[in-house]
Each structure stands twice: as structure tokens, then as C-alpha cells.
Design a protein around this ligand. Structure first.
Ligand SMILES: Cc1cc2nc3c(=O)[nH]c(=O)nc-3n(C[C@H](O)[C@H](O)[C@H](O)COP(=O)(O)OP(=O)(O)OC[C@H]3O[C@@H](n4cnc5c(N)ncnc54)[C@H](O)[C@@H]3O)c2cc1C
Length: 388
């Protein structure tokens, strides 16, 4: 864990003026523009196209993209604040914003050549959704056992294979796709390619019908002799494993932010409802047993929130954050499940029906323990770091 000293220390929950303005603008947008759509988007398992357009106008689809490329010129912490605030209202919208910023743009900013940055960053910041395609049917936790194949054809590669579970698959026009140029070389053959929706041989396949985050599209990608120009390799050929490992380490903090936002939303609903709902002649919030349950949930949420903020601040400070990122995702996804489950309990029968918002948050919480590395894989990373 990171332990170098610094000159001045500020509490993790204090923000700069700019961060507060940014957070408040996202919060207001989420209330005004997202909340009215949440139920319908969940029921129809469809993200509103209009909403995606407005997300670009708000400036949250290219948070870390430099202003010279048309982005917001923000920090990773800004992305965390945006994902948290969206997730408080709708974790599906949050993950769309999260993948765009913490995986796709992050990978392009770090590994992209100048021509790649010039070609993709301005569009991603203003009108183009991105997706990040590592997983396959046979390789999830063991991501580097992937089977998608890229064959060098001189001035281009031909890609063949299938990717599964790709978030933003329906909305995206730019995909970072991992394939191997040499299966015998193991992880050293893995290469990251930038694939555009219009490339010949590329199609977006079936969309999954999911338990939670239903408005977020999760799709199969099909590559059949997909022709990818040589200059669309992201980073170096054979070094795609580095691109994957490093972006996912950061991406995990984004999922932590999604989970604390979700838990915050669920806790707020629970507090409001228990103040209104009367049983035995008084609001159920007046029963000490209920107060203690809410107090415990708030405490757990605070712990998770601090761990997410700390990992994000370490990342922005250029300090090591691998262990902290794994810990914050592990913790916040478990807290989100517990807090949203409590919210369902405190709503009683009303917690179990779709007319009230908490059953959705409970369903949405489950994904935090699965994607960008399951909880077992986070524990494996943490164990390796603490045990040397
Ligand atoms: C809604 C959704 C969105 C997604 N979005 C994306 C995306 O945008 N891009 C992308 O590339 N992928 C995406 N994924 C894929 C996701 O990252 C994988 O599902 C995840 O990594 C788990 O892989 P798996 O499903 O193959 O499960 P498996 O790896 O088969 O795991 C099954 C179980 O075995 C356990 N397990 C496996 N190996 C070990 C081990 N060594 N030690 C202990 N336990 C182990 C796991 O913890 C888990 O409980 C998404 C998935 C979903 C469901």
C-alpha cells in the first residue's frame, strides 16, 4: 500500500471548489434529466438516446480529455464524482459514463499515439460512445486466456473471434478490442486494437437480458475477418496485457464509485421512507432498531466512500494504488449489496415492487461483485500485495 509522505494533508471528504461545482452540476442533471427516465429505461432495458446526447452536452463523456481535444480537462477524481452522482440515481447511466471515462478514454490517453489521440479523443469527448472488449465466453477471470486471433497481413490485421459481455455495445462506435497475435506466446501475444463499428467484418451481436443495470447494454461482438489497419494498434503489438491490466486497475475505482453512489441512493430512499411510513402509531424511523440499522448502513457507506476517494486521489497523485483499488471495489460492492438489501427490508412489501425505487437498486448492486474482476479476484490481488 502507498505510504510515501506529503507536505500537506486534507481530509478525503473535502473537495476543491471546482470539484464541488462539477459534482453539483452532475447531481442536478441526474435529478432533472435521469430520474424521470429510470423506471422506463429499466423496464425496456434500453438507454435513452436523447439522454446519451445530453450526457455529451453536459461534458461528462470526456472528463479527462484535455480541453485542446474538446474535453473537460478534468481529473480521475472528477470521473469518480460523476459516476457516484449518476449511480445515486441510476447505476446504468453511471456505468455508461464510467466505461467511457475510466476504461476507454483512459486507455487512449495513456497508450494512444498522437495520431490516435487526434483521431479519437475529440469525438469521444463530444459525440461518440466507446466500449472496452476483453472478456470472451471462455475467458473471464482468466482474461488472458482469450481466443480472439489477430493475423498480421502486412498493412493491416485480420481479427477473428467473439467478445462477450461488452458494456455500451449498442451505443458505442469505437471499441478497444483485445486479441492475440501469437497464441503460443500466452499473455505476451495479447494486443489492443481500436475497432470502429463500420470496419468490415465487425458486428455487434446479441444483447443480454440482465438481472440489473438493465438499461446498460451488454452485448456480444463478432469479428469475422475484421480488417483493422496497422495504425489502429493501441500501444505496442504484444503489449496489450499491459493496457488491460493498467486500465482495469483504474476502472475498478470507477466501479467502486458506482457502488457507493448506489448505496447512497438506497440509503436516502430508506431514510425518507422510514420517516413517512407509520406503524404502531408512529413513523418507523422512530424505532431504535430501525435507527441502528440505518446508522450501521451509513457507517459502512462512509468507510467504502473513503476507500474509493483514497484510491482515486492516489491515482491522481501518481502514487501506487493497486491494492487500494482492489480493496475499494471489494468493499463498496459488498456495502452496496447490504445497504440496498436493507432498503428493501425497510420498505417492507413496498420494497419488493417496481413502483418503488429500491428493488431496482438491489438488483443493480449485484453486478459490482462480478465485473472488472470478481470479488474473489480482488481478494487474490489484495492477498498477493499484503503477503508479498
Ligand atoms: C453486465 C456485465 C457487463 C460487463 N462488461 C464488460 C465489458 O464492458 N468488457 C469486458 O471485457 N467484460 C465485461 N464483463 C465481463 C466481466 O468482466 C466477467 O463476467 C467477469 O470478469 C467474470 O468472468 P466470468 O463471467 O467468465 O466468470 P468466471 O471467471 O468463470 O468466474 C466464475 C466464478 O469463479 C470464480 N473464480 C474464477 N477464477 C477464480 C480463482 N482463480 N480463484 C477463485 N475464484 C475464482 C469467480 O470469482 C466467480 O465467482 C461484463 C459482465 C457483465 C455481467
Amino acid at each position: 500500500m502507498a505510504q510515501q509522505t506529503i507536505e500537506t494533508v486534507t481530509p478525503l471528504t473535502l473537495f476543491t471548489e471546482d470539484e464541488i461545482l462539477f459534482r453539483d452540476s452532475v447531481k442536478e442533471f441526474a435529478e432533472d434529466q435521469v430520474r424521470p427516465l429510470v423506471r422506463e429505461m429499466d423496464e425496456h432495458a434500453k438507454m435513452s438516446k436523447e439522454l446519451v446526447k445530453k450526457l455529451f452536452e453536459l461534458g461528462v463523456m470526456g472528463i479527462e480529455v484535455p480541453e485542446s481535444f474538446g474535453g473537460a480537462g478534468g481529473t480521475f477524481f472528477h470521473s469518480v464524482l460523476a459516476v457516484e452522482e449518476f449511480s445515486r440515481v441510476d447505476p446504468s447511466v453511471a456505468v455508461l459514463v464510467d466505461v467511457q471515462n475510466t476504461l476507454v478514454i483512459n486507455a487512449l490517453m495513456r497508450w494512444g499515439s498522437d495520431p490516435i489521440k487526434q483521431r479519437y479523443l475529440p469525438n469521444l469527448a463530444t459525440n461518440t460512445v466507446g466500449a472496452y472488449a476483453l472478456s470472451e465466453a471462455g475467458s473471464g477471470s482468466d482474461a488472458f486466456a482469450l481466443a480472439a486471433r489477430a493475423v498480421d497481413q502486412g498493412d493491416h490485421y485480420l481479427l477473428n473471434g467473439r467478445k462477450l459481455w461488452i458494456t455500451n455495445g449498442n451505443e458505442a462506435d469505437v471499441f478497444i478490442v483485445f486479441a492475440t497475435i501469437n497464441p503460443e506466446a500466452g499473455y505476451r501475444g495479447i494486443t489492443a486494437f481500436i475497432v470502429e463499428r463500420g470496419f468490415p467484418g465487425f458486428t455487434v451481436g446479441k444483447k443480454e437480458d440482465k438481472l440489473g443495470i438493465r438499461a446498460s447494454s451488454t452485448c456480444e461482438l463478432i469479428l469475422e475477418d475484421c480488417r483493422v489497419p496497422k495504425d489502429s494498434v493501441l500501444g505496442e503489438a504484444g503489449k496489450g496485457y499491459k493496457v488491460a491490466i493498467e486500465t482495469l486497475n483504474e476502472g475498478r475505482i470507477g466501479i467502486g464509485a458506482q457502488m457507493i453512489g448506489l448505496a447512497k441512493g438506497a440509503l436516502e430512499h430508506a431514510i425518507n421512507y422510514t420517516k413517512e411510513r407509520k406503524q404502531f402509531g408512529k413513523p418507523i424511523a422512530e424505532f431504535q432498531a430501525v435507527q441502528h440499522q440505518l446508522a450501521r448502513a451509513a457507517t459502512e457507506l462512509e468507510g467504502a466512500r473513503l476507500s474509493v476517494y483514497n484510491a482515486a486521489r492516489l491515482r491522481d497523485a501518481g502514487r501506487p494504488f493497486l491494492t487500494e483499488a482492489a480493496m475499494c471495489k471489494l468493499l463498496s460492492s459488498e456495502v452496496a449489496e447490504r445497504v440496498s438489501s436493507l432498503a428493501v427490508n425497510l420498505f417492507g412489501g413496498f420494497g419488493f415492487v417496481k413502483d418503488y425505487p429500491v428493488e431496482k437498486l438491489y438488483r443493480d448492486a449485484k453486478i459490482g461483485q462480478i465485473y472488472e474482476g470478481t470479488s474473489n479476484l480482488q481478494l487474490q490481488t489484495i492477498a498477493k500485495q499484503i503477503m508479498g
